[in-house]
Design a protein around this ligand. Structure first.
Ligand SMILES: [Zn+2]
Length: 253
C-alpha cells in the first residue's frame, strides 16, 4: 500500500515538473489556441506563443533573446521598421532585434573580439516573421538575393543577422562595398574590384563572424547565418507576441 502511495506521489510530482518545464502552463497537445495557419508550401512554421513555449519547454535553446537586453549598449539600425528599405514600406511594428539564445551568445563573442580592435557592430536585421519574407518576395522576387517563401528564410528561424562594422568610439560605420540591401554584384563577398580598405573591412567582418560560427551569404556581405540554423524551426510570431513571451519568461529565468 505504501509502495503504491509512493508511486502515486511520484507521478504527481513528475506531472508538476513537466508542467513547470513547459513554462508553467498546462500543456496540451491540442493546437486549438493557435488556430489554423495554412502555408501554401506545407512548411512547418511555429506561429503562436503556446506552440513556441511548448517547443522551448522541450529545448531551452530555442528561446528568443532581445539583443538590446543581452548585448549591453548594442547599436541597432532596423531598416524594416522604417520606410527607408527596399520595399519603401514600414514592415516591422517595432525596431527590434531578436535571435535564438545560442546565436546571441555567439554574437557576444564576436563583439568581445571586435572590442579588442576598437570596433563594434550595428545590426540591420535579425529575426524576421515569415509573413515579412512572403511580402519581401512579392516586392522583389529574386531568389539570388531574397529568401524564397517556399523554403523560408534563416531570419525566420532566429538564426540570421544582418550587420556591419562600426568604430566603437565614434559609432561611425566602416567603409564597405555597398549599402545594406543593395542587391548588386558589388555586394557579393567575393567581389574584388574595390578599394583595398573596403576589402579589408569586409573580410575582417566575414573572418570574425566565421570564427564564431556564422557564414556569410554568397550574395550579401552583410548577411550571416548561424551554422546550426537547421536545428531551429521557422517562425511566424509577431514582435508583439515575442514581447509577451519575453515579459512572461524573464522573471522566472
Ligand atoms: Zn539577411
Amino acid at each position: 500500500m505504501k509502495y503504491l502511495l509512493n508511486i502515486i506521489l511520484y507521478a504527481i510530482a513528475m506531472g508538476l515538473f513537466i508542467g513547470f518545464a513547459s513554462c508553467g502552463e498546462p500543456h496540451t497537445e491540442e493546437k486549438d489556441d493557435c488556430g489554423d495557419h495554412p502555408n501554401p508550401y506545407g512548411l512547418d512554421i511555429t506561429h503562436c506563443k503556446e506552440d513556441f513555449l511548448a517547443e522551448v519547454g522541450k529545448n531551452p535553446e530555442l528561446m528568443l533573446v532581445d539583443l538590446e537586453d543581452f548585448l549591453e549598449g548594442v547599436q541597432l539600425d532596423i531598416k524594416y521598421a522604417r520606410e527607408d528599405n527596399f520595399t519603401g514600406e514600414v514592415i516591422y511594428t517595432a525596431p527590434k532585434a531578436y535571435v535564438r539564445k545560442p546565436v546571441a551568445e555567439a554574437l557576444n563573442q564576436v563583439r568581445d573580439s571586435l572590442f579588442s580592435l576598437g570596433l563594434d557592430f550595428i545590426v540591420y536585421d535579425a529575426y524576421r516573421p515569415y509573413e515579412a519574407t512572403v511580402k519581401f518576395f512579392e516586392v522583389y522576387p529574386d531568389p539570388e538575393f531574397l529568401a524564397d517563401p517556399q523554403y523560408g528564410s534563416r531570419h525566420n528561424r532566429g538564426c540570421a543577422v544582418d550587420l556591419t562594422l562600426i568604430d566603437s568610439e565614434t559609432g561611425e560605420k566602416l567603409a564597405m562595398p555597398t549599402g545594406f540591401d543593395e542587391f548588386i554584384d558589388q555586394a557579393h563577398p567575393e567581389y574584388t574590384d574595390l578599394p583595398e580598405e573596403v576589402i579589408e573591412n569586409r573580410d575582417l567582418l566575414i573572418g570574425i563572424m566565421d570564427h564564431f560560427g556564422f557564414s556569410v551569404y554568397p550574395t550579401e556581405w552583410w548577411h550571416f547565418d548561424y551554422h546550426r540554423w537547421e536545428d531551429f524551426p521557422l517562425m511566424d510570431l509577431s514582435f508583439e507576441e515575442i514581447e509577451k513571451i519575453l515579459e512572461k519568461e524573464q522573471p522566472e529565468s
